[in-house]
Design a protein around this ligand. Structure first.
Ligand SMILES: Cc1cc2nc3c(=O)[nH]c(=O)nc-3n(C[C@H](O)[C@H](O)[C@H](O)COP(=O)(O)OP(=O)(O)OC[C@H]3O[C@@H](n4cnc5c(N)ncnc54)[C@H](O)[C@@H]3O)c2cc1C
Length: 503
C-alpha cells in the first residue's frame, strides 16, 4: 500500500543520498542500506503517514513541551489504524530500532531521552471518541486529547475524568493514574478504564480487561507494557454542569497564612469536600512585586455559581492583592485556570520544563516559607530561571480512595497533595541545567524532610527522571516484585523502557 511520505516527492534513494555524512553510521545503516522506509510503508494502511526529518509534520510531531532529553527519532510514523501501530512495532523489532509512542508531547521525564535513532509512533490520528449506545462507556482512540473527549461527551450530556489541560492526552496521564477535576467523584483516569486494545512488545494486538493479570499494571504503570491503540472508559451523566471559581493573588508575606488556611478550611487532613478543587503556584509578577514571587491561588467549586463563602472567607480575610471570581460550566475550567489550547502550557515554545514532584499529606507552613524563600532568592540570583513556577495541587480524594490501593499499580491513593517545582528555562549549557536541577531537588527535599513521610513519593507523570523506581511506583516490596514479574512476562526484552522504566 502506498503511504504518504511527509517529505513530498522524496524517494528513499534521494533521502539516503542527502543524509549528512555524520548520520551514515546510524541512520544510513538502519534505514537505507539494510532496508528502506518503503519497506515499512508497504506494511501500513493507505491512510498512514511516514514523516522524514525536514518535513513540517516531522517537526510538528517531534516538538515537545520540554526540550530537555527529548527522544531522538529519525522517522515519525502516524498510524491510521490500530494495526499500523502493530506493524510498526514489528518492523522496529525486526531491525532492532527503538520506538516510542507520542501523544500530546507533554511527557517531560528525562528517561525518554534514552530513545536514540528511534521511530516515533505519533498517535494523533487514532482520535475517535465513540459513546456506547447504552451511554455508560466511551471508546477512545489511543491518541485522543482531553479537550475532544470532554467536548464530545459534554454535547451528549456526559462526562468522565480527564486531566485538567486541554492539549494533554488521555493515555499519557491515564497510564500513570491520571488526576483530574472529577476524581473526587469517580477516581483517577485509569480507574475509568474498562478494556483496552494493546499492542504488546512483540507487536501483537490484544484486547485486555480486568480478567488479565496485566490489567493491574495498566492502571498506574502502563507506559511500560505496550501501546494502547484504543480504550473503553466509564462515562457519567452530567449532574452538576455549573462550576464557579475564585482566584486570589497573595504576596510572599502571606505564605504561612495561606497554606495554614488551606490545611484548616479545605484540605482538612485528606477530607477536602468532593466538590472542591484548590491549587496554587508561586510565580514572578513584577507588576505586583518587583522583587519576590507572588502566589496565585484558586478555589473551584462544582455545582455552584459562586464559590461558597465558607470556603473563600478565610482567604479574603488574609487580604489578597487581587481577587477575581467567575462561573460557567465544566468545559470552561481549562480557560479559567490557564490550561486551554490557547494557554501558555499548550504552546511548545522551545523551553526546558522540568518538574521535581513530591506527594504530601498536608502543608507544613514552616517548610512552605522555606521553599518560598529559596525559590525567591534563587530566581533573583539566576535570572535565566525566573520564568519558573512552583505548583501545589489539591484535588478531592473520595473517588480515588474508594478504590482499594492494592487493586491497581497506581501507588499513592493515600496521599493528599501533588506538589512540584516547575523549573523553566531556555537551555543554555550544562551549568544552567545543573543549577536548575539543584534548585528543583533542594526544594522538594525541604518539603520531604519536613513532611515526616518515610518515602519520597513522586507522581510518575510529573517525574524529573532521576528518581528511583520505588519513588515512581511505590516502595512496597510486593509492588516492586509484581511489576518486575509482569515486566519479565510481557516485555522481557524491555522494549517499553523509556518512560519511567521499571528496571
Ligand atoms: C501542561 C500540563 C498539564 C498537565 N495536566 C495533568 C493533569 O491534569 N493530570 C495529570 O495526571 N497529569 C497532568 N500532566 C502530566 C501528564 O500526565 C504527563 O506529562 C503525560 O506524560 C503527558 O501525556 P502526553 O500524551 O501529553 O505526552 P506524550 O509525551 O505524548 O506521552 C507521554 C508518554 O506516554 C506514553 N504514551 C502516550 N500515549 C500512549 C499510548 N496510547 N499507549 C501507550 N503509551 C502511551 C509514552 O511512553 C509517552 O512517552 C500535565 C502535564 C502538562 C505539561
Amino acid at each position: 500500500m502506498e503511504v504518504a511520505i511527509g517529505l513530498a516527492g522524496w524517494a528513499m534513494g534521494s533521502f539516503c543520498s542527502s543524509l549528512p555524512a555524520s548520520a551514515h553510521d546510524t541512520l544510513l545503516n538502519r534505514f537505507c542500506q539494510r532496508d528502506s522506509v518503503s519497506g515499512l510503508a508497504n506494511r501500513l494502511s493507505s491512510g498512514a503517514h511516514i514523516y522524514l526529518p525536514g518535513s513540517n509534520e516531522f517537526n510538528l510531531s517531534t516538538t515537545r513541551w520540554s526540550t530537555l532529553d527529548a527522544p531522538n527519532v529519525t522517522i515519525t510514523v502516524e498510524p491510521a489504524t490500530e494495526n499500523d501501530v502493530a506493524e510498526t512495532v514489528k518492523y522496529a523489532n525486526e531491525r532492532g530500532i527503538p520506538f516510542i509512542a507520542v501523544n500530546g508531547g507533554h511527557g517531560a521525564i528525562t528517561t525518554v531521552g534514552g530513545v536514540k535513532n528511534g521511530i516515533e509512533i505519533w498517535m494523533r490520528s487514532l482520535n475517535k471518541v465513540a459513546i456506547a449506545k447504552d451511554g455508560k462507556t466511551v471508546t477512545l482512540g489511543g491518541g485522543v486529547l482531553a479537550k475532544s473527549v470532554t467536548d464530545t461527551l459534554w454535547r451528549a450530556g456526559k462526562q468522565t475524568v480527564t486531566g485538567g489541560c486541554e492539549c494533554v492526552s488521555i493515555l499519557g496521564p491515564g497510564l500513570g493514574g491520571g488526576h483530574g477535576f472529577l476524581q473526587g467523584r469517580y477516581g483517577l483516569i485509569s480507574d475509568q478504564f474498562v478494556s483496552m486494545n494493546l499492542v504488546r512488545a512483540d507487536g501483537s494486538i490484544n484486547t485486555i480487561d480486568r480478567t488479565s493479570d496485566l490489567w493491574w499494571a495498566m492502571q498506574g504503570a502502563g507506559h511500560n507494557f505496550g501501546i494502547v491503540t484504543s480504550v473503553t472508559s466509564k462515562i457519567y451523566d452530567v449532574k452538576y454542569p455549573n462550576w464557579a471559581y475564585q482566584s486570589f493573588i497573595f504576596t510572599g508575606k502571606d505564605v504561612e497564612g495561606l497554606y495554614g488556611a488551606i490545611n484548616d478550611h479545605l484540605l482538612k487532613n485528606g477530607n477536602q469536600p468532593v466538590n472542591i478543587m484548590e491549587y496554587s503556584f508561586f510565580f514572578n509578577s513584577p507588576d505586583i512585586d518587583p522583587k519576590n514571587p507572588v502566589i496565585m491561588f484558586f478555589i473551584l467549586q462544582e455545582g455552584a455559581d459562586v464559590v461558597d463563602e465558607k470556603y473563600t472567607a478565610p482567604f479574603t480575610a488574609l487580604g489578597p492583592v487581587v481577587s477575581q471570581a467567575g462561573a460557567g460550566d465544566y468545559t470552561q475550567i481549562p480557560e479559567w485556570t490557564g490550561n486551554a489550547l490557547t494557554s501558555p502550557p499548550c504552546q511548545k515554545s522551545g523551553l526546558v520544563n522540568t518538574r521535581f514532584p513530591i506527594d504530601l499529606k498536608t502543608y507544613n507552613t514552616k517548610a512552605q516559607r522555606e521553599v518560598y524563600d529559596l525559590f525567591s532568592s534563587t530566581l533573583r540570583q539566576i535570572p535565566a530561571l525566573n520564568g519558573s513556577l512552583f505548583l501545589f495541587e489539591g484535588y478531592p480524594l473520595q473517588g480515588v480512595q474508594a478504590i482499594p490501593s492494592d487493586s491497581t499499580a497506581y501507588p499513592f491513593r493515600d496521599n493528599h497533595l501533588l506538589v512540584a517545582p516547575l523549573i523553566i528555562y531556555k537551555w543554555n549549557g550544562d551549568k544552567l541545567e545543573k543549577q536548575a536541577k539543584e534548585l528543583g531537588e533542594k526544594l522538594r527535599q525541604i518539603l520531604f524532610k519536613a513532611s515526616g513521610m518515610k518515602e519520597l513519593d513522586t507522581y510518575v507523570n510529573y517525574a524529573f527522571g532521576e528518581e528511583t523506581v520505588k519513588n515512581w511506583y511505590g516502595s512496597e516490596k510486593w509492588r516492586q516484585d509484581k511489576l518486575r514479574q509482569l515486566k519479565d512476562k510481557y516485555d522481557p526484552k524491555r522494549k517499553f523502557s523509556f518512560y519511567a522504566p521499571i528496571a
